[in-house]
Ligand binder design. Structure first.
Ligand code: NDP
Ligand code: 8X3
Length: 253
């Protein structure tokens, strides 16, 4: 029987790498994100390379009605969803709270926290009906520590951490697994988004050391999803070898 994973934020970075990893291993996929064209290109590539089935859904996770409508229109052939990977997320800005932009705060909270909740609420009831399923939430080292200018982004990832633990309790009776995967610095489009298109500033974040790459995270996500039915991986916390904490990174001169 085919296994079906729904990945949010599959148009770039960690979500896209997860799509590749699961497709290579024969999973059928529902790929979501706002950039429909990227989803279409990726879907066609994976269908051709891996011979899997791919359904794409383009919507904004901040839009509750759009989330509900998108999940409701998943075709029968792509149900039930076995695995939800709540990956879509972002940071915007790196100022202190006193200088922060409240619009950026709204976007981070609405995407990273409320979007994750909307997706979970839309997908999990069917898993509960099936008495099986798995939710993997992409948290962050920023969900365990705070760092200068991280304030609201860190708060959203602390919330993701709390929600993962809470969901594990809420879904326990139905046998739904919940896994939290918390990476440190990963070189993706994340910093370009955070610094609003300033590529030089983004490159500076990863300069002088070898960061994690998106496929490194996809390995952990896939491993967590590949355990036997009676094993739930609660937590994976990974950094690159050069990173000890949010603020302590060994950089070559
Ligand atoms: P990228 O910027 O490369 O990818 C982010 C993805 O999220 C894109 O596919 C984007 O798709 C999607 N997304 C963002 N906002 C929305 C929205 N409103 N609605 C739907 N989709 C959205 O970053 P990463 O791959 O690095 O980030 C993925 C996750 O990993 C995030 O939750 C991030 O917080 C977390 N993370 C990242 C780390 C890093 O250092 N890179 C470290 C730890 C955690 P689109 O724009 O097409 O909608
Ligand atoms: C992303 C990693 O250190 O930029 O969650 O917050 S960090």
């Amino acid at each position: 029987m085919s296994r079906i994973a729904l990945i949010t934020g599959a148009t770039a970075g960690i979500g896209e790498a997860c799509a590749h990893k699961f497709a290579e291993n024969g999973w059928d996929l529902i790929l979501t994100g706002r950039r429909a064209e990227r989803l279409d290109v990726l879907a066609e590539f994976l269908r051709t390379r891996d011979g899997i089935r791919v359904h794409t859904l383009s919507f904004d996770v901040r839009d509750r009605a759009a989330v509900q409508a998108a999940v409701a229109e998943i075709p029968e052939a792509f149900r039930p969803v076995h695995l939800l990977i709540n990956n879509a997320g972002l940071a915007l800005g790196k100022s202190g709270v006193q200088d922060g932009d409240p619009d950026d705060w709204d976007t981070m909270i609405d995407t990273n926290v409320k979007g994750l909740l909307y997706m979970t609420k839309a997908v999990v009831p069917e898993m509960i009906g099936q008495k099986q399923g798995h939710v993997i939430n992409i948290g962050s080292l920023a969900g365990r520590e705070v760092y200068p200018g991280g304030n609201v982004y860190c708060a959203t990832k602390h919330a993701v951490e709390a929600l993962s633990r809470a969901m594990r309790i809420d879904f326990l009776e139905a046998g739904i697994k919940v896994t939290s995967i918390s990476p440190g610095l990963v070189e993706t489009e994340f910093s370009v988004v955070r610094f609003k298109g300033d590529q030089n500033k983004a490159d500076g974040v990863y300069f002088g050391f070898e960061p994690l790459y998106a496929p490194d995270i996809a390995e952990s996500v896939f491993w967590a999803a590949s355990q036997p039915a009676h094993v739930c991986i609660n937590d994976i916390f990974l950094t690159c070898t050069a990173q000890a904490t949010s603020t302590i990174v060994h950089k070559e001169a």
